[in-house]
Design a protein around this ligand. Structure first.
Ligand SMILES: Nc1ncnc2c1ncn2[C@@H]1O[C@H](COP(=O)(O)OP(=O)(O)OP(=O)(O)O)[C@@H](O)[C@H]1O
Length: 299
């Protein structure tokens, strides 16, 4: 059944923030939402969650719109802080899990297991406002999944985290998917999305401009790179038919091609010019595709 988003539109006055967006995310999948600032990611999440009424269209989880009745099946990590700053960490986690139909005893046990896993057990009696931004993000992730939701929506889960903590949270999210959850998350970090997701949607001004499995997205982009490190000047190869772009590097050159066969031609010609040190045909990265499609470099 999965998550079905059908022709969802959100207008704020005359401004269309989300424009006729349709998407199906299969159960058990991990889906990445990419888009420049203001592309409509958070607005889409809020409509899926029933926190914002769509101007048109609908979203359903396992055939039903998300309402109070099925809210215990859903976990949400909002982009802005969603915790009570004055409340103590353990008390807050237990309180939020109880709102989602978990017993107090289970919530307390699970909360403490997560605090141990995230290496912050000593924060259990601290007020949230006493924690650093990154540690608050860990608590926020625990709050979103403590009650074992079947659908987990994470709005920029890795923001404000150092690289060690990013790895820790990535692993937790992957493990949670392995236990059967369906996960949707937004990020400005293409490498995180590339590493974790089965499928992606790239949003631009409220519309999905490219979407599907990462493999399909890369294939449909239709451009590959040939990296050649050769002890010779490779500039003459920029004129080979099928080369779209040529970048000279310290050790050789990178060629952008649209037809894989051109790679073989380049290799043969390069070997005539000098000693070959490295040859690789590289797929475009999601970042390159994003920049080409959306035309903006993300911070
Ligand atoms: N309540 C609102 N009233 C008016 N405009 C809004 C409202 N909420 C969002 N918008 C506008 O809708 C657009 C989409 O915003 P949204 O927060 O969904 O983008 P986003 O993709 O999540 O961006 P970011 O990556 O910066 O978090 C933006 O132009 C924003 O200013």
């Amino acid at each position: 059944m999965g998550l079905h988003i059908e022709h969802v539109t959100k207008k704020f006055g005359d401004f269309t923030a989300v424009d006729d967006l349709s998407l199906i995310i299969q159960e058990g999948g991990m889906h990445g939402f990419l888009g420049a600032n203001g592309a409509g990611k958070t607005t889409t999440f809020r409509m899926i969650l029933g926190l914002l009424d769509p101007t048109a269209g609908s979203a359903c989880w396992k055939g039903k719109p998300i309402t109070y009745a099925n809210s215990s099946e859903i976990g949400y990590l909002p982009e802005e802080r969603g915790l009570y700053p004055k409340m103590k960490v353990e008390e807050q986690l237990v309180y939020l899990a109880q709102l989602r139909k978990m017993s107090k005893g289970d919530a307390k046990r699970e909360a403490n297991a997560w605090l141990e896993r995230f290496e912050v057990p000593y924060y259990r009696q601290k007020r949230v406002e006493e924690l650093s931004k990154g540690n608050q993000q860990k608590i926020q992730l625990i709050a979103s999944l403590l009650h074992k939701p079947s659908l987990l929506i994470l709005d920029e889960p890795f923001s404000g985290l150092d690289p060690v903590n990013v790895e820790m949270l990535k692993k937790a999210i992957l493990d949670f998917q392995k236990q059967g959850a369906t996960i949707v998350f937004s990020s400005h970090r293409m490498d995180h999305v590339e590493e974790l997701c089965d499928e992606v949607s790239i949003l631009d001004r409220g519309k999905v401009v490219i979407g599907g499995s990462i493999k399909k997205v890369k294939k449909s982009f239709g451009k590959q790179k040939v990296r050649l490190n050769v002890d010779a000047d490779l500039s003459s190869l920029s004129r080979v038919a099928g080369v779209d772009n040529f970048i000279k590097t310290k050790e050789g050159a990178i060629f952008q091609i649209t037809d894989e066969r051109v790679a073989q031609t380049l290799l043969a010609k390069a070997m005539e010019l000098g000693t070959l040190r490295h040859f690789a045909v590289e797929e475009p990265s999601l970042e390159e595709i994003f920049i080409a499609k959306v035309g903006k470099q993300l911070a």
